[in-house]
Design a binder for this molecule. Structure first.
Ligand SMILES: Cc1cc2nc3c(=O)[nH]c(=O)nc-3n(C[C@H](O)[C@H](O)[C@H](O)COP(=O)(O)O)c2cc1C
Length: 175
């Protein structure tokens, strides 16, 4: 792949919040998970886990836990990406809290881009009540839900979101 193709691929993705309520195939789910498992992680501990939710009632409950964000209910599947603190903290102690969050975030990013490569749509959903999500999915205490990644087939927005110039982020050599 040319580097310009890669940039074009990244630029053509956008968050989608209107879905057709069309389930993902098992092959699509497996593709997304296979891509995520190539993600780097601190110490290669892969301190992330995911609950793949396709059950309609569970998706509805997650949508309510996400403050009634309807796209969570309507997506074909919701990938609840979690940090696994037992895995990360067993080697890194307190620093493992940060690494667990980073590992989960990178894995979620790979899933989001995998969906895009499959011509599926997605919306990273970070606004949710942690305890509600814990309760719905029976997550153990050492598992922290980091993102509800809604994936499905939907209607992308007509206009892509803008970004600030890179200069707004970047400092050279010193702040
Ligand atoms: C950490 C994080 C949390 C987000 N939470 C939500 C959310 O709760 N609901 C939502 O509709 N979009 C959410 N988004 C999506 C952003 O709104 C979106 O990525 C941003 O506006 C840029 O638009 P784009 O993804 O279409 O380029 C979240 C994205 C990130 C990375």
């Amino acid at each position: 792949m040319e580097s310009s193709d890669f940039l074009g691929f990244l630029k053509s993705r956008s968050s989608v919040r209107n879905y057709l309520n069309d389930p993902l195939t098992e092959e699509e789910i497996e593709y997304v998970l296979s891509c995520a498992s190539t993600a780097p992680s601190a110490g290669n501990l892969e301190s992330w886990d995911v609950v793949v939710v396709t059950n309609e009632e569970v998706k509805t409950a997650l949508s309510q836990a996400a403050f009634d964000q309807v796209h969570v209910e309507e997506a074909g599947a919701v990938f609840v990406v979690c940090a696994n603190y037992v895995r990360s903290m067993s080697r890194y102690g307190e620093r493992g809290i940060l690494y667990g969050l980073e590992d989960a975030t990178i894995a979620c990013t790979y899933m989001m881009l995998a969906a895009h490569a499959k011509k599926l749509h997605s919306c990273w959903t970070g606004a949710f009540d942690d305890e509600d999500v814990r309760g719905i999915l029976a997550l153990p205490q050492h598992i922290r839900p980091v993102a509800l990644l809604a994936i499905g087939r939907g209607h992308p927005p007509a206009v892509l979101t803008g970004r600030m110039d890179t200069g707004g982020h970047v400092h050279r050599d010193i702040w």
